[in-house]
Design a protein. Sequence first.
Length: 285
Amino acid sequence: MKPAPFIRHVPRTLDEALATLAEVAGEDGRILAGGQSLVPIMAFRLAKPAHLVDINEVAGLDKLADDGKFLTIGARVRHAAFHEPVTANPLGRLLTYVARHIAHYPIRMRGTFCGSLAHADPSSEWCLTAATLDAVMVAKSVKGTREIRADGFFDGIMSTHLKEGELLAEVRLPLLPPDGKFGFYEFSRRAGDFAMSAALATYRLDGGKMTDVRVGLGGAEASPRRIPEAEAELNGKAPGDAAFRAAGEAASAAIEPLEDHQTDAEYRRDLVKVVVRRALEHSLI
């Protein structure tokens, strides 16, 4: 199939982009950046926006900068930007490792970090990363700028708290401690498929015990989120099989699992036990 008719707008400045978006938002106007999620659903006519605001010529939205506290990622930054570490902080290695699991190489060359968050697929690796690290989303519109923390950004499957006429202009990821450790693991039926469940964990060691633990889970529920029950099983404990298995069990018990024609709740709970444990095991490598 082909998309329904639409008008493409190509602003050159952020102010022009926001003004155009304000004009067309009421007609289901959408932002076009990478288009790796939007264009396919338009081709199947699952979405029929009358207007696309193409931001690929907008100056400044390709920002990718480490200010010593946050890594700022602009709306035009592609997944492929993270094929190599973009900062010397451990966050750089984390993003590179996670990026390798996103779809396939051609998609990573076009798709964008911010676009992935705005699309809010529960299985998105970047959505999981943002939720786990408590990212700050910066939304801009003609009415001004809003900062939205990750725990208040996602609102269920393919849904966020972005308002009509707002552009997700950038995302700010907190840098990890210099001695921070991380682990990531996801399960999908085939390489490049959407993850049925994925886990990301970060922590640091203090006297051989884990502290400042973060455990995030994606793909298993309607939105990615941190799992405090799993974190409680790890904080103050030495890293190892017993603690990792306890965290997996706690995460499995804490979720409200998604179900579909292939997976029931019991299967996803079992899967969560495994991905959390393996993500933690990866942190030791």
